[in-house]
Ligand binder design. Structure first.
Ligand SMILES: [Ca+2]
Ligand SMILES: [Ca+2]
Ligand SMILES: [Ca+2]
Ligand SMILES: [Ca+2]
Length: 346
């Protein structure tokens, strides 16, 4: 009985409130705050896309400029927060790093993001195949006007897919300890030069130089690279193998996956002790590009055969190669996932 009375009372209250609301409506159109959100909950882009746009939108225009603050998170590395102890940057925000403006009378503000093409194979989750996109998570944290309502659609995610390209895979003879007095082993390194054609190298594009007698060294050349020619150096850094047999494979990487069967081309080479060079030796400065690869547009051609030089195999000392520092730094972050998969192809 008591419950019934309460119910009756609350119904009565609602009726009174309802009457109040309708009388208010009779006066003037009540102000309803413009609602702020992201245009989409997710965007899928490719590393080769260049500059992309993410939009914050209002459901109706407002009479003043408003500034929307946002924060960034995700697995992709922001240039602004990159340090020597983080992975290399994947993107940069063009303009203000953490805010975007919606002009008076307009309904959208554009966050421009420059996504970098790079020579790293990046994978958010190395345990799944194909490669998983890296992410930029953007969240609206504040708006500088109390007349704007931030909706629940205050977050968006940009998925950056690993771009297409070709993987260069250098493998050589494994250590042989069968005769303790004659242990055979070798440490090779891989360098990739780039230029407009195969006789003009402009820079070292990428490479792989791990200090190990275990294969492989792996490098990635993006299809979107601005260069048309690539020069491969297979450096016999140090070791006791004489001769030393090695194999260079070129593996197509398309749509986030290794093209295991159709896309592998393999070339064999043999060095002798005369081809051995340590980075620290200053005597040989001759560039030892032993194989070349050309690209037309985004299509790679067939690699040349390997040419074994009479002596040497490297490209000068480490002091003369500042990019080597970068190459060494790149290794742990990005190639591990690829290595794991590539090993299953061997
Ligand atoms: Ca990355
Ligand atoms: Ca990247
Ligand atoms: Ca990449
Ligand atoms: Ca090495």
């Amino acid at each position: 009985m008591k419950n019934k009375l309460l119910l009756t009372l609350s119904l009565g209250t609602m009726v009174v409130l309802g009457a109040g609301l309708s009388s208010c409506k009779d006066d003037d159109e009540p102000f309803v705050k413009p609602k702020l959100s992201f245009e989409k909950t997710s965007y899928t882009v490719n590393e080769a896309d260049g500059t992309i746009e993410v939009k914050v939108i209002l459901d109706k225009a407002y009479t003043e400029d408003i500034t929307v603050e946002f924060e960034l998170d995700g697995t992709a590395q922001d240039e602004e927060t990159a340090t020597t102890s983080t992975p290399l940057p994947d993107y940069r925000i063009v303009g203000e790093h953490d805010e975007v403006e919606i002009k008076a009378g307009e309904t959208e503000g554009i966050i421009k993001i420059e996504v970098d093409s790079d020579t790293r194979l990046e994978d958010s989750d190395p345990n799944t195949d194909p490669f998983d996109a890296e992410t930029i998570e953007i969240k609206i944290t504040d708006v500088d006007n109390e007349n704007i309502e931030i909706t629940r659609d205050d977050e968006t995610e940009v998925l950056i897919e690993q771009e297409d390209g070709i993987i260069v895979f250098l493998a050589w003879q494994a250590p042989d300890n069968t005769d303790p007095n004659n242990v055979k082993q070798a440490d090779m390194d891989l360098l990739v030069r780039a230029g407009g054609n195969t006789s003009t190298w402009e820079r070292i594009l990428t490479g792989s130089a791990q200090g190990s007698s275990q294969s492989p060294e792996v490098a990635f050349i993006p299809s979107s690279s601005e260069y048309a020619a690539f020069g491969l150096s297979y450096v016999y850094w140090d070791g006791t193998y004489d001769p030393l047999e090695f194999v260079a494979s070129f593996i197509d990487f398309t749509d986030g996956a290794l093209e295991a069967e159709a896309g592998i081309e393999t070339f064999e080479g043999t060095y002798t002790a005369a081809n051995k060079n340590k980075w620290t030796e200053e005597t040989i400065e001759t560039t030892q590009v032993v194989q070349t690869l050309e690209k037309s547009g985004t299509n790679f051609g067939t690699p040349s055969d390997i040419t074994i030089p009479d002596a040497g195999s490297r490209v000068g000392s480490s002091e003369k190669l500042p990019s080597l520092t970068l190459i060494k730094r790149e290794q742990p972050y990005d190639l591990n996932a690829a290595l794991k998969r590539l090993k299953t192809l061997q």
